[in-house]
Ligand binder design. Structure first.
Ligand code: MG
Length: 256
């Protein structure tokens, strides 16, 4: 079921999204070679808690037998890791790495979801371009995040743009509705046919999140049951915002 948020709920969504934004701002200002992914996680957790939020990814159920609930406040995925990298005290960020950080702030019962891929130190032009295309893919999707359009219009715009740039989108994971739950209906694939899927209505809040691979789209899941990597070892990037469908342009709630 797709939930339409009331004016009061939209206000609460904005507050949760602001906390997610502040956590990313703190990471952006401090990320550098030599840091561990655990340190990134702590910066995010402290910023979220200091601003009255809870890091919602911590304890999130895996849904798979034998795989523990998610142990950290963020997902930190480096280079060929696509998503769901588990922060670790032994994982050191190196000069030239691209580092995807995905986090969800829960505040007053509502969730704000946001991901960025950070360029650390001297990043290759190829990696930089991948990160830029991933961000632009989100904004290509936004051109269609308009009342009366369909979810498939967003998906199609993202997928076609990524393809036109010579990259692949991840097919096994997708964007999603968001609100009281981190993951609500509808699912928002990063590829698909225009004109399909649920119609967009004012008051819908959606997490739109292109996940883009430099090479082939195939992925592996590592033995930890969480980390997703590219099969061909090529780089991956992620860009996500929580947005609100309005009477006119979409409002991006995780950019302040
Ligand atoms: Mg996310």
């Amino acid at each position: 079921m797709i939930t339409i948020k009331s004016a009061r709920e939209i206000q609460l969504m904005k507050e949760a999204c602001k906390v997610a934004f502040l956590a990313h701002k703190a990471i952006e200002e401090s990320i550098q070679p030599g840091m561990t992914t655990y340190e990134i996680d702590k910066i995010a957790e402290e910023t979220i808690r200091k601003n009255g939020g809870i890091p919602a990814e911590k304890g999130y159920p895996s849904g798979m037998q034998g795989v523990p609930n998610y142990p950290a406040s963020t997902c930190v995925s480096i280079n060929d890791e696509v998503i769901h990298g588990i922060p670790s005290k032994t994982r050191v960020i190196k000069d030239g790495d691209i580092v995807s950080v995905d986090l969800v702030a829960l505040k007053n019962g509502y969730n704000g979801d946001m991901a960025r891929t950070y360029l650390v130190g001297n990043v290759s032009p190829e990696a930089k371009r991948l990160v830029e295309v991933t961000k632009q893919a989100f904004f290509e999707g936004m051109k269609y995040a308009i009342k009366g359009n369909r979810i498939g219009d967003i998906s199609h715009a993202i997928g076609e743009y990524v393809k036109s740039q010579g990259y692949s989108v991840v097919r096994e994971f997708q964007g999603h509705g968001i609100g009281k739950e981190m993951h609500e209906d509808p699912g928002i694939p990063n590829y698909g046919k225009a004109g399909r899927g649920p119609r967009l209505e004012p008051g819908m809040t959606l997490a739109v999140e292109p996940m883009v691979i430099e090479g082939k789209p195939d992925i592996w899941e590592l033995e930890d049951g969480w980390t997703i990597t590219t099969q061909d070892g090529s780089l991956a990037a992620h860009y996500e915002n929580t947005i609100l469908i309005t009477e006119k342009e979409p409002k991006i709630l995780t950019i302040l």
